[in-house]
Design a protein around this ligand. Structure first.
Ligand SMILES: [Fe+2]
Length: 511
């Protein structure tokens, strides 16, 4: 804040004596820098080059009229304290000048005290203005910064929500899981009490609920009627009544565009421009307000979900086709030899039971289910004559047989299997001591699921009739396997084998 002593003052009057008098009076009162102008134009020139704290202005003089001058001074330096000096102090003139920014008024003729009082009022005014002004400016700046911060925070939250949505809707293996993830996410993003996802039936006359949060699993599979409206679809709000807290909502809600009715929001999901389903969200948040920023994450979420569903559907279809072809091939291979018929199926079941005894994850068990069935698929590339040879194989024939894991790996490599899954096919003939094939992996270099399958595979082979020998009993087989513990077999799945054999219909060792 400027102190009074540092004020820069402009005096504008066409009478030289008045200018001189005011200057002298001001100089008696303090060390002011006083500049004087004899007309409006001179005053404007000075105003262009200087910032004045205060201006004494006579309105009755040649050149730009008084109010014009006041406007110009304030445009140049809005904080100038304007004091009007005039011999015609009518009420109208006072009001007029006040409207143009004048803050004080000194009638002619004036005395030293008039100037002193005006300066005192100026000082008081400046102190208050400065105090308030600083506070206001600080508040304004703080407000601006806060607004920017809020905008930034909001934007970054939005981005975080969108990233989170994208992340949570990716890496999902099948449609059911995706739908569950979608309603969980909708509940989170929409701060919703309830969220459920319904898909159109083929005729698009009904929507069937297939995933839910908060409405209860008893509603899974329930259907609501879809009405045709124009080229779109709607659902009667009556049919939604039990899911909406707001009473008395009448009419219907569109389900082909994003719609809100009370706290209920319908977000359509289209796949390839065809209606696929509707994500319903019931949230008190939306009842209070449904802002454009609320719509963004919902739209983004359903668009991502639609893409993911489409991809999964395509992949599931493709994979389903390939797998069913491969399973048919495995059956064809096994059918060539009645002794090995159903071998892959039994091996898979036993490997799963061993994995369960070892507390392996659901994903690992699913991998065993998928690839256990395919583990000998590579035998398709081996001649029947060798596969079904009744006697002992020659070294050369055995070398050919040993190719089947690699051939199998090549066959399944385009199925999008995980490395562990492919390893079940490729490495199920490796040995714990590193003397197996095809890669000669040793110990834990051999992926665990392959080590589990090896134990199941050998147990089933030994307990089955073969062309060159009869089936061994489970007891003898277990004994033989134990003798090869930590040489041929990983001890861990081997130790889990007896527990696994107690399940289902495997050949059980005698008690
Ligand atoms: Fe094999």
């Amino acid at each position: 804040m400027s102190s009074l002593e540092q004020l820069k003052i402009l005096v504008v009057d066409d009478e030289a004596t008045i200018r001189s008098l005011i200057r002298q009076l001001l100089e008696q009162l303090g060390q002011y820098e006083v500049l004087a102008a004899e007309n409006g134009q001179q005053a404007l020139d000075l105003v262009q080059k200087n910032t004045f704290d205060c201006a004494f202005v006579d309105l009755m003089m040649p050149g730009p009229c008084g109010t014009e001058l006041l406007d110009s001074i304030l445009r140049q330096s809005p904080n100038t304290y304007l004091i009007i000096i005039t011999g015609f102090a009518s009420m109208k003139a006072v009001i007029d000048t006040m409207r143009h920014g004048a803050l004080d008024f000194i009638p002619k003729p004036f005395a030293l005290d008039d100037i002193r009082l005006a300066l005192r009022r100026l000082l008081q005014k400046r102190q208050t203005t400065d105090r308030n002004g600083t506070a206001i400016e600080e508040a304004r700046q703080k407000g601006e910064v806060e607004k920017l911060n809020q905008a930034l925070e909001k934007r970054s939250k939005e981005q975080a929500v969108l990233c989170d949505i994208a992340d949570k809707l990716s890496h999902i293996g099948h449609t059911g899981e995706l739908c569950n993830r979608l309603v969980a996410l909708a509940t989170e993003v929409g701060e919703a009490e309830k969220s459920w996802f319904a898909v159109f039936d083929d005729s698009r006359t009904h929507l069937m609920t297939i995933a839910e949060r908060g409405i209860g699993t008893q509603h899974l599979g329930s259907r609501v009627t879809v009405n045709r409206v124009g080229g779109g679809f709607s659902v009667d709000l009556d049919d939604m009544a039990e899911f909406i807290a707001t009473q008395g909502l009448a009419g219907s809600i569109r389900v082909d565009t994003l719609q809100q009715c009370g706290e209920l929001v319908a977000v359509p999901i289209d796949i390839r421009n065809q209606p696929f389903g509707v994500l319903w969200i019931s949230s008190k948040k939306f009842h209070r307000s449904f802002e454009p920023e609320d719509q963004l994450p919902l739209r983004f979420m359903t668009e991502r979900a639609a893409l993911a569903i489409e991809n999964i559907a395509l992949y599931e279809n493709l994979r389903e086709n390939l797998l069913s072809t491969l399973h048919a091939l495995v059956s064809a291979i096994e059918a060539k030899d009645s002794y090995t018929e159903q071998h892959s199926k039994r091996v898979t079941e036993l490997a799963i039971e061993i994995a369960k005894v070892m507390n392996r994850t659901a994903e690992e068990i699913e991998s065993l289910r998928l690839c256990g069935a395919l583990h000998d698929i590579g035998k398709i590339g081996i001649h029947d004559r060798i596969l079904n040879k009744p006697g002992k194989l020659t070294e050369e024939e055995f070398a050919i047989i040993k190719r089947h894991p690699v051939i199998g790996d090549r066959i399944v490599q385009h199925l999008g299997l995980t490395p562990q899954e492919r390893a079940i096919v490729r490495n199920h003939h490796e040995r714990w001591d590193g003397k197996g094939y095809p890669d000669g992996l040793e110990g834990k270099e051999i992926p665990l699921l392959a080590r589990i399958l090896t134990v199941a595979d050998v147990f089933d082979a030994m307990t089955s009739d073969r062309t060159y020998r009869s089936a061994l009993s489970p007891e003898i087989t277990l004994d033989v396997l134990q003798k090869n513990r930590a040489t041929q077999f990983d001890p861990e799945p081997l130790d889990a084998l007896p527990g696994a054999l107690q399940k289902r219909s495997f050949p059980k060792p005698a008690a």
